[in-house]
Design a binder for this molecule. Structure first.
Ligand code: R5P
Length: 300
């Protein structure tokens, strides 16, 4: 019988087990006095000769979670697992998906190649930052798209909204979901004044005057991108702005920034190992969508 095991304490593994019918296996961890990590699966006999799924999260504590995941995959392989898939909804380091300047690493490749090296056969993630990240993984990969679910939630409180991506790179994410509901969409053009350094954003084609807006992004970290875009849209006459994002890291004062930029709601997918409790934030559970994709693609 296929099994599922999560990094210790991560709620998603149990939820996936409940919805998929895979056998749930506990894991335990400790930290040695010098800071080194130890991890163990509790029922190795249930792993032996079976296919299975590792469930992990790379936020918060990206680096530690990455190492724990590698150790867990190795523990499962040592216990005799056959095919091993890894479900990591948020792949940290994805934004460094190329060397932007000479001398830089391609961090996202380091992450996915390491997963492959320890024995991950299939990598499953959610709304990956760019297709480049998964191209580095020399195995099968699944990118679960959830922007349609998030947009559907936002639509329930808006009138004939227009969907806006903060940049051209996000247009695929936006067009897929907007087309699913017959909504208009556009992206913002970012321009930097070469003398003052000031950055401005303008919608490429559509007028946003008196329109409700759904802004869509994959990651909100400091909130800077969305806050600046929201201010411009409101200055251009937009009525209300709801933001949907897949991975809401929301570091530091990101939420205050978004609030003072005029954002009315931030709808997030539940992809991290933590949740923000704040009046602006709503979470959407995406586990059923993930399990549907797993069942379709994994055959176990
Ligand atoms: C960038 O390419 C990403 O898609 C996000 O737009 C970015 O990570 C958001 O970061 P922040 O919230 O710090 O502006």
């Amino acid at each position: 019988m296929a099994f599922v095991v999560g990094v210790p304490g991560y709620w998603l593994a149990k939820e996936v087990a409940n919805l998929s019918g895979y056998y749930f296996i506990n894991s335990q961890e400790k930290e040695f006095p010098d800071g080194e990590l130890y991890i163990r699966v509790t029922e190795p006999d249930k792993i032996h000769d079976n296919d299975g799924l590792i469930v992990s999260t790379f936020y918060p504590s990206q680096d530690k979670m990455f190492l724990k995941t590698l150790l867990l995959v190795n523990a499962v392989k040592n216990s005799g697992a056959k095919k091993v898939s890894a479900l990591i909804p948020y792949l940290a380091y994805s934004r460094q998906d190329k060397a932007f300047m000479p001398g830089e690493p391609i961090s996202s490749c380091v992450i996915v190649e390491s997963l492959k090296a320890v024995g991950v056969d299939v990598l499953v993630t959610v709304d990956v930052h760019s297709p480049r990240v998964l191209e580095c993984f020399k195995g099968n990969s699944i990118n679960v798209i959830v922007s349609d679910i998030l947009i559907r939630r936002a639509m329930s409180s808006l009138e004939n909204p227009v969907v806006i991506a903060p940049d051209r790179g996000a247009i695929e994410r936006v067009s897929f979901a907007a087309n699913a509901y017959g909504l208009e969409y556009d992206y913002l053009i970012k321009q930097r004044d070469r003398i003052t350094g000031e950055v401005t954003y303008t919608p490429k084609e559509l007028s946003v005057k008196k329109r409700d807006i759904i802004m869509v992004d994959d990651i909100i970290s400091t909130g800077g991108t969305i806050a600046e875009s929201a201010k411009i849209l409101l200055r251009n006459g937009a009525r209300r702005i709801i933001v949907v994002a897949t991975h809401g890291l929301l570091v530091g004062n990101a939420l205050e920034r978004l609030e003072s930029a005029g954002v009315q709601k931030v709808i997030l997918a539940d992809t991290l190992g933590m949740r923000h409790v704040h009046f602006l934030v709503d979470y959407v559970n995406i586990t059923q969508r993930i399990v549907d994709e797993l069942k379709r693609a994994l055959n176990y």
